[in-house]
Design a protein around this ligand. Structure first.
Ligand SMILES: [Zn+2]
Length: 189
């Protein structure tokens, strides 16, 4: 159960066609059917068909930016979790990004790093009210610094994880939430 209070969104890319299938705004993500997805052309970022009662997710710009950054991925999952909101990084409009140290826990092997002390960092971005600003800050940061983990954080908002397919992305999301829960527990000490 990831999609608390219907929030969050997920997308799958049909790479050969360059078509993104993304959950429409306001749908209950715990009961998804094919009718809850909207199709978007990745190159133009425009919806393919104008289904009158379906609106693309407000966070579509984050999904399209990630597919452009990482051509080999085909699934992006964006969720709101308590632990991603419990952690504070002190970001603001003036200081909108930061690379955060992840604790060297065993779960990091889920990201393919089997070194004893991987010392991985994750990107955290300020929760701009205008979502495309989050997408552009994220793109700029990930272009300038290669992320070794397949997820990033929006402060006081949530986790966005990606993968080669839906199973890979879900594994990455579970591992991300796990490591964030470890960070929250350590902060409480
Ligand atoms: Zn969100």
């Amino acid at each position: 159960m990831w999609m608390f209070a219907t929030a969050g969104n997920l997308s799958i890319l049909d790479s050969p066609k360059g078509i993104l299938h993304i959950t429409a705004s306001g749908r209950d993500k715990s009961k998804l059917t094919e009718h809850d997805f909207i199709q978007i052309e990745l190159s133009s970022k425009n919806p393919l068909e104008n289904t009158p009662n379906l609106k693309p997710s407000a966070e579509t710009s984050i999904h399209t930016a990630l597919y452009s950054l990482y051509p080999s991925i085909s699934c992006v999952l964006h969720v709101h979790t308590p632990s991603s909101c419990a952690l504070e990084f002190g970001l603001s409009r003036a200081n909108p990004i930061q690379w955060i140290d992840l604790p060297n826990s065993e779960i990091l092997k889920a990201f393919g790093d089997f070194t004893e002390e991987p010392n991985l960092k994750v990107l955290a971005v300020h929760n701009h009210g205008h979502v495309p600003d989050i997408a552009s800050e994220m793109t700029h940061a990930l272009e300038n610094h290669q992320s070794k983990v397949p997820f990033f954080l929006i402060e006081n908002h949530g986790i966005t994880a990606w993968g080669q397919n839906v199973y890979d992305a879900n594994k990455n999301l579970e591992a991300a939430e796990f490591v964030l829960q470890v960070m929250v527990a350590r902060q409480k000490k």
